[in-house]
Design a protein around this ligand. Structure first.
Ligand code: ATP
Ligand code: MG
Ligand code: MG
Length: 351
């Protein structure tokens, strides 16, 4: 049977592997770290660095299609892999989302609303960026940021030197602070044949830059809901995308503002595991394997709670709750801010 290659072996790869197995596929995960969460459930795992050409070539030779669970895969590795097997979603989706400046430029080029932004390399360009973007603002490194890492808030011009120091002079963008009513995300999928399907938008609550909960249904009007799906569809079509994407948005009185996109299954889509006949993980496997997209319509109201760091100590109590489904990632070491698992609580039939 066919083997699906997954770059990165974290919890997203783990849950992709489970979904793939249900559809009769075996997964081969590639991760520089030994014994990652996905290695417990995938059929095969390679532990090798991203610059190990031999290991990459062996990996590619053993799989029929390659996908990924995080966006910061070095370009040289992708070049090697792509010479042998299709990578889905495509290189372009990765390139666009690896760099916040490219990402924002791409999104605004599609005519979508984004926060005001300007590139920052040094003290002078930061000063200029504050002029164009205004304050308050957020300085974000262009690359490698996640869970709010690599971000500093500026309330006054006097915060500039400390902000630059905090990101250690890394290439950055300054983003105007959006006074949003709430945050939502759309988990959207596009098949090999170009069909697009969106899961119902989820309402996201962050704490200390990390996603804490996603609730469906999000508090959105019918027209906001339609807009959210149209925005997501536009992005996927523009990239000729194949697979699942997470699109984070701010809801404002003036409309939806796109925050960022993730070219992969997304933490804010974990509720689909208990809310839909076909969840985001199966939807992604279907898309990259050339299946028709599945039925992702929502049959339940769900709240997903991330179990972060010591939250995981509550699992014994959660295990006694009704209508709660626990997902643990098999990580041995508990660290502050580390995603250890999540719980999906079904709060009622779809309302
Ligand atoms: P993720 O883990 O989702 O990849 P990230 O580190 O890439 O997160 P962002 O999504 O850019 O970071 O920002 C994290 C959170 O910070 C957002 O979900 C939002 O709550 C807040 N935030 C980010 N940018 C802005 C902004 N321009 N205005 C207001 N709040 C913002
Ligand atoms: Mg991000
Ligand atoms: Mg984000």
């Amino acid at each position: 049977g066919a083997v699906i290659g997954i770059l990165g072996g974290g919890q997203l790869a783990r849950m992709l592997s489970v979904a793939a197995a249900r559809l009769g596929y075996r997964c081969h995960v590639y991760d520089p770290a030994p014994n990652p969460p996905a290695a417990h459930v995938a059929a095969r795992a390679t532990t090798a660095p991203w610059d190990d050409a031999e290991a990459l070539e062996r990996f590619a030779a053993e799989v029929s299609v390659i996908t990924y669970e995080f966006e910061n895969i070095p370009v040289a590795a992708l070049d090697l892999l792509e010479a042998q097997r299709p990578i889905r979603p495509s290189r372009r989706a990765l390139a666009v989302s690896q760099d916040r400046l490219t990402e924002k430029t791409f999104l605004s080029g599609l005519g979508l609303e984004v926060a005001p932004f300007a590139p920052v390399e040094d003290a002078d360009s930061l000063e200029a960026a504050i002029e164009t973007v205004g304050l308050p603002a957020i300085l974000k490194t262009r690359r490698l940021g996640y869970d709010g890492k690599g971000q500093v808030r500026l309330t006054g011009a006097e915060d500039a030197p400390a902000a630059l120091q905090a990101i250690a002079g890394a290439p950055a963008i300054l983003e105007g602070f959006v006074n949003f009513e709430r945050e939502v995300s759309v988990i959207a999928a596009r098949g090999l044949d170009g069909t697009v399907a969106c899961f119902d938008p989820g309402e996201n609550v962050h704490r200390e830059g990390i996603l804490r909960t996603t609730t469906v249904p999000a508090r959105l009007s019918a027209s906001q809901r339609a807009d959210a799906a149209l925005v997501a569809g536009r992005i996927l079509n523009a990239l000729d995308y194949v697979g699942v994407m997470g699109v984070e948005m701010f809801v404002t009185p003036g409309g939806l503002i796109v925050n960022e996109i993730a070219p992969r299954v997304h933490n804010s889509g974990h509720w689909t595991q208990q809310g839909c006949a076909v969840d985001q993980f199966e939807q992604h496997i279907r898309a990259i394997a050339g299946w028709p997209l599945g039925d992702g319509s929502r049959y339940a109201d769900v709240t997903m709670e991330n179990l972060i760091g010591e939250d995981v100590a509550r699992v014994p109590q959660i295990a006694r709750e009704r209508n709660a489904t626990i997902h643990l990632y098999g990580k041995a070491e508990v660290r502050p801010g580390r995603k250890m698992g999540h719980v999906n609580r079904i709060t009622g039939p779809a309302g």
